[in-house]
Design a binder for this molecule. Structure first.
Ligand code: HGY
Ligand code: MN
Ligand code: MN
Length: 423
């Protein structure tokens, strides 16, 4: 259905946005053997992350923003409004990546917000409310084990102490790494509620592409549960040890992986999704029965009560596991847990109205991935704009891709939404 487009109150410069995305994507670039493409590995608080942060801060300052960094390393760029004491409109996302990333997850939201500032400057527009753009720390959670970490502390769900004491696989503490890259800021981390928060993000799923739409309005985020499960058995010779004498940690890990998918297939837990993304056995040798296995279990569900039932099912299965291998020990460690979060209807309507005025047909859809916006929703009216991804919306993979046209469309919607909220 074509909609009469009106000239955008704010036109953004899509080429400049694409140039910034390309420049940032060069930091942490690597040749990905699995896809033959250039991927990005810019995990939080690494040297590469520090380099990316300094590049983005330089751009923020060039755009005339006042930049501050808080105790979690969250970066804020503030553009003054006619009423400096009015609560600001905030927009942003994250620039840390998973280890096998594309160029858009998070970065499109941060650099898109920056492009809005640059375009407001070009247009000589001043808004009533101040505008603050942000880059949150450790959104992915893949290095320190808890996702949306920076925004969760800023919005008060997690404590600074909890965050500082998280450690990565090498045992390096979050707080120490933050110091090491020079981003433990002195701005107090607890955020004063802004007027509103809007986040633009690549969809990371197939819906917009299937519907032939460039832009979507996000209604909320599903619940997330991350656990690390460690299985302790008994090392033994793979040849001489009779099966009945074995306590095989690797077998136990495999049983859990199969059970996770069985929970999904059972239909008992609605639209449950389950992923064991990390598996490590020790000693990891062909002729030794593993006495240790470590896996992560990622559960997602749009319904909190069905999530709770799925977690209970998994817990019961883990408790039962030693009966099939007496002597097996099972240890679990909570890594992340967030509830389903609905986004603000008024902000959703504002985004949808702006998109319509710009000539973009949209749909409303829930996010399968977690986002910083779900943390901000606890303290201010919040919603998100999804931008179509290509190739079935593949993400957390170097094949992640959105076209320059779709990025321009989505960030034009972001810019005009911010303009409306800051008026
Ligand atoms: O895990 C997630 O959904 C997000 O990418 N942190
Ligand atoms: Mn993201
Ligand atoms: Mn991600």
């Amino acid at each position: 259905m074509s909609i009469e487009a009106t000239i955008p109150a704010l036109a953004i410069n899509g080429e400049r946005l694409w140039q910034s995305l390309t420049e940032l994507a060069a930091i942490g670039a690597y040749n990905d053997a699995a896809t033959g493409l250039v991927g990005i590995n810019r995990q939080s608080l690494t040297d590469e992350d520090g380099e990316g942060r300094r590049l983005v801060i330089g751009w923020m300052e060039e755009a005339g923003l006042t930049v501050t960094v808080d105790q979690m390393g969250n970066i804020f760029g503030r553009r003054e409004g006619i009423e400096p004491e009015a609560a600001p409109v905030m927009a942003g996302s994250h620039i840390d990546t998973v280890a096998t990333a594309g160029a858009f997850d998070g970065c499109l939201g941060v650099l898109g917000a920056l492009e809005v500032i640059r375009s407001l400057n070009d247009a000589g527009l001043t808004t009533r409310r101040p505008i603050v753009i942000t880059a949150w720390t450790e959104e992915e959670g893949v290095r320190f084990g808890t996702d949306m970490l920076g925004s969760a502390v800023a919005a008060g769900r997690l404590t600074l102490d909890y965050a500082y004491n998280l450690a990565d696989e090498a045992g390096l503490r979050f707080g120490d790494e933050l110091d090491r890259i020079g981003f433990r800021g002195d701005r107090p981390v607890l955020l004063e509620a802004p007027h509103a928060y809007v986040e633009a993000h690549i969809e990371q799923g197939p819906v917009l592409q299937q519907r032939g739409l460039a832009v979507g309005v996000v209604t909320g985020v599903q619940a997330i549960s991350w656990q690390k499960v460690t299985l302790l058995g008994r090392a033994a010779h793979a040849g001489t040890t009779p099966t009945e004498l074995r306590v095989d940690a690797g077998l136990a890990a495999a049983q859990i992986i199969v059970h996770a998918r069985a929970m999904v297939n059972s239909g008992k837990y609605g639209q449950l999704r389950a992923t064991v993304g990390h598996i490590r056995t020790a000693p990891g040798l062909p002729s030794v029965v593993p006495d240790l296995a470590e896996i992560t279990v990622d559960l997602r569900n749009p319904d909190d009560s069905l999530m709770a039932q799925a977690e209970a099912d998994l817990a019961e299965f883990l408790a039962e596991l030693p009966t099939s291998q007496p002597g097996l020990r099972v240890e679990t460690k909570r890594m992340a847990k967030t509830t389903a979060v609905p986004f603000d209807n008024n902000i959703q309507d504002t985004i949808a109205g702006v998109a319509t005025n710009l000539g973009f047909e949209t749909i409303r859809l829930m996010s399968g991935a977690g986002h910083d916006a779900q943390e901000m929703a606890a303290i201010t009216p919040t919603a998100m704009i999804f931008i179509r991804g290509q190739y079935d919306g593949i993400s957390h993979n170097p094949r992640e891709y959105s076209t320059p046209e779709d990025c321009t469309a989505g960030i034009t919607v972001l810019g005009n939404t911010i303009l409306e909220l800051a008026a």
